[in-house]
Design a protein around this ligand. Structure first.
Ligand code: V07
Length: 258
């Protein structure tokens, strides 16, 4: 595992330490971790590679992080793979991105099955190319009885559209008499969102130095701890993931007590 430099400002000395799995408290693992996997294009540019090379490298990191999350006992991992805004990118890049779910699943689905991972997705599936939709639906179906980690891909996802769609459905159901407007509370409203049945994220990670939500899970992130890093997604390692969890555990030790 890569070395991490731990700077102790008070002593003005640098001590080399490696953060490992055994330093993570197993009784305080975030149940749901959400990640905005940013910086793939920048990673490629730095190496004079096409942007798609960064996306491909980023896909391999998805596999690594999924394996570690499952080992640690994380229950849900939500990954922002493609936003509703991403359609504005050059057509060849979008076409490449839309092939990644098939490539990922073609390569890793057998391993995910072995590891008891369940593949899920949030986002508007209907607007995906047929080949992408088919691959994701097959993975969801093949893994539907697995009860390990839920690997939840946000694909063609946008949070405002999700909320607006939920409001429209609530209004319809109220009109039909299926729900009583007086009973509409946060729990009932949450059940109209695409994350129905999932707990809210405990920890949000965003890579690549951007400090914003970019239309990601606006409702669900209301109480979530945020962890940002300048590391580009293709460079994101197991140790960075552990670092994020260790930071989360320190924060909940400081603020979580009654
Ligand atoms: C994508 C790789 C990760 C970095 C972010 C952008 C590029 C895995 C998937 C995926 C999606 C659904 C699924 C299985 C795998 C994926 C897109 C982009 C569009 F069921 N990585 N990855 N999908 N990138």
């Amino acid at each position: 595992m890569r070395k991490l430099w731990n700077l102790f400002a008070n002593k003005n000395e640098a001590i080399e330490t490696t953060l490992t799995v055994d330093q993570i408290k197993k009784e305080q693992i975030p149940g749901h971790i959400a990640i905005i996997m940013d910086g793939n294009g920048r990673w490629a540019k730095k190496r004079s590679l096409p942007r798609v090379a960064g996306h491909h490298e980023g896909m391999k990191v998805v596999r690594k992080v999924t394996r570690l999350a499952n080992q640690l006992g994380v229950k849900t991992l939500t990954l922002y793979a493609f936003s509703t805004e991403n359609w504005k990118r050059p057509k060849p890049e979008v076409e490449y991105l839309m092939k990644l779910p098939e490539e990922f699943l073609g390569t890793f689905l057998p391993e995910l099955m072995e590891e008891n991972v369940r593949v899920e997705m949030i986002g508007d599936k209907e607007l995906l190319p047929a080949h992408t939709k088919k691959a994701v639906e097959k993975a969801m179906n093949d893994t539907k009885d697995n009860d390990g980690l839920i690997l939840n891909f946000a694909l063609n996802y946008g949070s405002r559209a999700e909320i607006l769609h939920a409001v429209q459905k609530v209004l319809q159901d109220a009109k039909k008499g299926k729900i009583d407007e007086n009973n509409l509370d946060e729990a009932l409203f949450s059940s109209y969102l695409m994350t129905k049945g999932l707990p809210d994220p405990d920890l949000l990670i965003r890579t690549s130095g951007e400090i914003r939500l970019s239309n990601f899970m606006l409702w669900q992130l209301a109480y979530t701890e945020f962890w940002f890093t300048d590391v580009l997604w293709p460079d994101f390692s197991e140790e960075h993931f552990l670092q994020a969890i260790a930071t989360y555990q320190k924060r909940s030790r400081r603020f979580g007590g009654v």
